[in-house]
Design a protein around this ligand. Sequence first.
Ligand SMILES: [Fe+2]
Ligand SMILES: [Fe+2]
Length: 266
Amino acid sequence: MAAADIRVRPVKFEFPEDIDVMAVPGNVGGSASMVGFSFTMPYLEPYLIRSMTIAKGHTKDPDLLSDMRAFSKQEGHHFRNHKRMNELVKAKLPDWCAHELSKAEQALNDDYQKFTKNKSLKWNLAYAEGFEAMTFAMAQNSFENPNDNTEQRWKDLYEWHLAEEIEHRNVAYDAYDKIYGGYFYRLFVGLWAQYHFLGFVARFAKIIARGLKEQGHETILTDQKGGGMSLPRQYWRTLSPWYNPSKIVISGEVQDMLTKWDMAVN
Ligand SMILES: [Fe+2]
Ligand SMILES: [Fe+2]
């Protein structure tokens, strides 16, 4: 199989100081989920990059190696932008809230450092694929059912990020499959990874929602979609023994989105 066509788009977003923590105006829960997800990125994505870096020493497959390099570069740009956004957000929330967020960030970072140190590469790659499969499903769902109420800067950040998640959908799967393989191991470690990761998203979201409510924000538009944290229908096929993300074709819509971001860096 040829290497996937994965481009690195080093977009550096200019977030204004007055960026709104209400990523979905009028919807506290949707905003808190979207912002909470962003808070996991500066810890999750460096952990994925560490796993890929170790995995590179376990294969000589040139296509896989090239995919892994592109994957790590994309993830690097993702978490750097989220980190800048998160810092602005933290400064806008009450002090106790920023403090609680820092505590949760520390706990998440500790977990990921421990996984790199103590778990096998097979386990870390299965974790990576558990996360990537879930995000790929969420990303496809978010492009099929766009939430037009999302604030523009948050929308841009997530559209760029999720389009690239779709573009590099095969890499963690291929790394696990070519170096180790094994359906049940991938399935169970992947499910645990999703439980672990989503638990932290919920912890961040809960802190953020409390902070937003204290600042007087309310949910006034209850018919809006939330931050896309529920598992969409595209998720269920990832549990099948025949699931292989390379076989899923990118829609024209997502391709257009990727082209749009190609232009943004040219
Ligand atoms: Fe990413
Ligand atoms: Fe990814």
